[in-house]
Design a binder for this molecule. Structure first.
Ligand SMILES: [Zn+2]
Length: 389
């Protein structure tokens, strides 16, 4: 770690009272923290998006650890179905605003810190203004528009974005921070999945403990960045599978073509993320199903299968025989395709590959088909040993 995200001047302007010395004594004893690190924590301003499953454990521990100012942005009220995992809130809080419930609980743990409440949706209108007031963001959101918004605003404002997501028994976390040398969310996922293709926790369920694990990892990464110790999860994605009880690490790379953090960015301010994530391209392209693809393979037909995902996705799951040409390279590598053969293009869910099919048709390819539902459909219908992600 190159250093704390809190500069020395702000650190030295903080004093620790005798009571705070006692409260944080287990931190102060560690040579990696010391009163210097604790003062940086006290000076730090951390914005948590959402006071739900991830925000609960993250803010509870950040408050206990002495992060001086915790901002929370949320608009929801506490519901009975939240309590299985959102441990900031109690049964007595049902019907209250999550923000007020969170403030009371966090101040009970640590009355020394400031809690700033932002009762609204985190949006394109308020995102930059909110993030600019803080040193970093803990993204505890559970939907794609908010993730892209949080990512883009943090890139624009040069603030680390500690990402976390959970799904049933699996979760993942990383730190998006192009200004610290890592990729951003868009480098990994240039396009959102088709609407309704990825269910959220409300639709698919989640093991209540799981956001506890991921939210705590987000809290640890936050503390490391503030104190300036260890190796942050910049450029690395940590994936956790609770059923297998396994952690896996994937190396992430920056995309030089990324529209927000690449060499020639094209997006400089928040866009309409609902539209970005919700807009379906109505123009249909020729498509085949996973079953039809399997028949082609079994029948030993001559054709070329092109995978237009990113290399790290290929590490997670692949269809045997597919040639990898990431979406961003396809236009310049079109000569590697066999013009005389039929071509099938696939990606994760069928969206990026549809764009490539359209491009190839424009370039004069006659026989090009999109694999409907992408490798996900292949995993569902043909080969369940291909991991879904
Ligand atoms: Zn990027």
């Amino acid at each position: 770690m190159k250093g704390s995200i809190i500069n020395d001047k702000r650190c030295s302007s903080m004093q620790l009272s005798a009571e705070e010395m006692a409260r944080y004594s287990r931190h102060l004893l560690m040579p990696e923290v010391t009163p210097d690190g604790q003062r940086r924590l006290k000076a730090a301003r951390v914005l948590c998006i959402g006071a739900g499953g991830l925000g609960s454990p993250a803010t509870l521990y950040l408050a206990a650890a002495g992060v001086g100012t915790i901002g929370i942005v949320d608009f929801d009220d506490v519901d009975l179905s939240n309590l299985q995992r959102q441990i900031l809130h109690g049964t007595k809080d049902i019907g209250r605003s999550k923000l007020e419930s969170a403030r009371d609980r966090l101040h009970d743990i640590n009355p020394e810190i400031e809690i700033e409440l932002h009762k609204s949706r985190f949006s394109s209108e308020n995102g930059s203004q909110l993030v600019s007031q803080y040193d970093m963001v803990v993204d505890g959101s559970d939907n794609f528009p908010t993730r892209y918004l949080s990512n883009d605003v943090c890139v624009f404002e040069h603030k680390p974005n500690v990402y976390g997501s959970v799904f049933r028994f699996e979760g993942q976390t990383t730190v998006f921070a192009p200004h610290l040398g890592g990729p951003c969310y868009r480098c990994l996922f240039p396009e959102p999945p088709p609407p309704d293709s990825v269910p959220n926790c409300a639709q698919a369920g989640v093991l209540g403990v799981l956001p506890g694990i991921i939210g705590l990892l987000q809290a640890i990464e936050t503390i490391k960045l503030v104190v300036g110790i260890g190796e942050p999860l910049v450029g690395r994605l940590l994936h956790f599978d609770a059923l297998k009880m396994k952690f896996r690490e994937l190396t992430l790379r920056r995309d030089s073509q990324c529209p927000v953090c690449g060499e020639n960015p094209t997006i400089f301010s928040p866009i309409d993320y609902e539209q970005f994530c919700g807009a379906r391209d109505e123009e249909a392209v020729p498509a085949i199903s996973a079953r039809e693809l399997k028949q082609k393979m079994d029948g030993r037909e001559r054709f070329q299968l092109i995978d237009v995902r990113e290399p790290f996705e290929c590490e997670i799951a692949r269809i045997d025989g597919a040639k990898l040409i990431p979406l961003g390279e396809i236009a310049e590598r079109v000569d590697e395709l066999q013009r005389e053969w039929p071509i099938v293009v696939h990606c994760h869910s069928g969206r990026r590959s549809a764009a490539v099919v359209r491009l190839l048709l424009q370039r004069g390819f006659a026989n090009v088909h999109n694999l409907e539902g992408g490798i996900d459909a292949w995993s569902d219908q043909i080969d369940p040993s291909v991991p879904k992600y």
